[in-house]
Write a protein that binds this ligand. Structure first.
Ligand code: ADP
Length: 507
């Protein structure tokens, strides 16, 4: 921290964070950004729901202590109480506060199971959000910044500016709302509005209502002092009607307060030189032999033909429409005809699970994979594959392509959102080889996907070219320190807007 900067008190609020809970990238970001802000010299408290069932088996998250504090809220006529636990975020001084409300949070999943979203998600996350100002008050946290993430926490900026306006300890607090994925908005029926604890007058199309529903993400976007999303390209894309998921109007209205900051990656967890989950560790210089060992093991574990010369294409993903699985399903025979093996790991929508799980039998020895969430297997696929596939329909940031680059696995992606900002296409021209790190296509079509895989295989067959691409990728900087510096600039702007608002109020 430079002398001119002051130590900020930052409260980071999210519905999930590694190592306590995780369904996707949000958990990586909230955990790693908190740690990077702590490293930059700031005072960070991370507040999460406590999901006891999900902590089990994660030794680094197992030590959770009670604070003895109790909170109670009126949830639409019903008194609901919660306890507060605390823990530490490993390798940091970040304090983690966990809202313990077993009726809401002691479940097998975070947001829903195979039969769909939990029916009471509005109630669960309104409760969680409404406790945040109460926790700040009771623990005298006096945050400079309340950093909210995704719809689960969208109510908080609204509470801060209305119900809690002028509350002692929160008068100077600025709020920042980060969109990790605009497709998930927390839309609920209007009769659930009383759960928010907000006066009814805010249920209007400029603040909390969108297209006839209560919309918790829009609520956050309307009230927060500054908005961010997870890549510069996605920040531009979501202001357009075709990508705005119905909220492009509010985003255009607030475009001058919206900044895209590419996520970093956790360089300790995702480090091929020290990763305990992969078969051989390697660095830039030892990657040829290290990756060969990892590839051989991956082929063995997933029942693929043991052939070091066949390019191996990996994929680790949530099985959701967003991820371009329909392109893969339509083009699988042509993809294999390009001469690759394919290995997948994923969990999610039942129809994609069925579709993918049939492939290893149909294409024995050439396709391997597993339905499930398995961190070790995700690391093994990143390390052992030659190429990593992400043909996303849209991708706010994407983390896997950055892990791939670090692991010397060349990404093959659709060039949208964070994929466009992090993968530089190799177009076959010698001039681009200085910078290129992967292969990208633009049009969302099976033809484009197949052609891009064909291009990648052609480069794989030219060892000098391939080696340059791998080198370029492994040399990139994806540290969270770089992203944290950009967030700190946003925090400063948010604080300025609070102080201008206060000055305007006084004059
Ligand atoms: P999203 O947040 O849209 O799911 P990202 O690429 O930003 O996509 O982040 C996904 C994260 O979740 C990565 O850390 C990835 O390794 C992990 N992940 C996704 N699916 C699985 C799975 N089935 N098993 C293990 N890890 C997974």
């Amino acid at each position: 921290m430079s002398g001119a900067e002051r130590r900020l008190r930052i409260v980071m609020v999210a519905s999930e964070a590694v190592p306590f809970s995780k369904t996707g990238g949000l958990a990586d970001v909230s955990g790693s950004l908190s740690r990077a802000l702590d490293r930059a010299g700031h005072d960070v408290v991370l507040i999460l729901p406590d999901y006891p069932a999900l902590r089990q088996g994660r030794s680094e998250a197992a030590i959770v202590n009670g604070t003895g504090l109790q909170f109670s809220l009126d949830m639409n006529g019903r008194a609901v109480t919660a306890g507060l636990n605390w823990a530490s975020l490993p390798d940091s001084q970040v304090r983690v506060l966990l809202v313990s409300q077993p009726e809401y949070f002691d479940r097998s999943h975070l947001y829903g199971d195979t039969s769909g979203s939990y029916f009471d998600n509005c109630e669960r996350f309104c409760f969680f959000s409404r406790l945040i100002p109460e926790i700040c008050r009771k623990l005298v946290l006096q945050p400079d910044i309340l950093h909210c993430n995704d719809w689960h926490t969208g109510l908080i900026p609204a509470l801060l500016n209305t119900v809690y306006a002028g509350t002692r300890g929160l008068e100077q607090t600025a709020s920042v709302m980060t969109i990790h994925n605009l497709a998930y908005q927390g839309q609920f029926q209007d009769y659930e509005f009383p759960l928010t604890g907000m006066p009814r007058r805010y249920y209007n199309m400029y603040q909390m209502e969108a297209w006839g529903h209560l919309n918790l993400l829009k609520t956050g976007l309307s009230f927060a002092d500054q908005l961010t999303t997870v890549s510069p390209s996605y920040a531009d894309e979501i202001c357009l009607p075709e990508n705005g998921c119905g909220l492009d109007g509010v985003l255009r209205h607030r475009q001058s307060d919206l900044v895209g900051i590419l996520n970093g990656i956790d360089e300790q967890i995702w480090d091929p030189a020290a990763d305990p989950m992969i078969s051989a560790n390697y660095t830039l210089s030892s990657r040829a032999s290290g990756k060969a060992t990892c590839k051989q093991k991956l082929q063995e574990v997933f029942g693929l033909d043991q052939d070091p010369t066949t390019p191996l294409l990996g994929m680790v993903t949530r099985l959701a429409d967003q991820k371009g699985l329909d392109l893969i399903a339509a083009g699988i025979e042509r993809i294999l005809a390009a001469g690759v093996q394919f290995v997948f790991l994923g969990t999610g929508d039942a129809r994609y699970e069925q579709l993918l799980s049939a492939l290893p039998r149909r294409f024995s020895g050439r396709i391997g994979g597993r339905i499930g969430f398995d961190e070790a297997a995700a690391h093994q696929i990143e390390a052992g594959s030659d190429m990593f596939l992400m043909p996303s329909r849209f991708e706010p940031c994407g983390l896997n392509q950055m892990y791939s680059l670090r692991y010397g696995t060349v990404p093959v992606v659709r060039g949208v959102g964070g994929l466009a900002d992090s993968v530089i296409d190799y177009d076959g021209q010698p001039g681009t080889l200085d910078r290129a790190t992967g292969f990208a296509f633009r049009e969302y079509s099976t033809d484009q996907l197949v052609q891009t895989i064909v291009r990648a295989v052609a480069s794989y067959r030219q060892p000098d070219v391939w080696s340059r691409l791998v080198d370029n990728g492994m040399r990139q900087d994806w540290s969270w320190d770089r992203s944290a510096a950009a967030y700190l600039q946003v925090y400063e702007r948010a604080l300025q807007s609070v102080s201008s608002r206060q000055q305007a109020g006084r004059s």
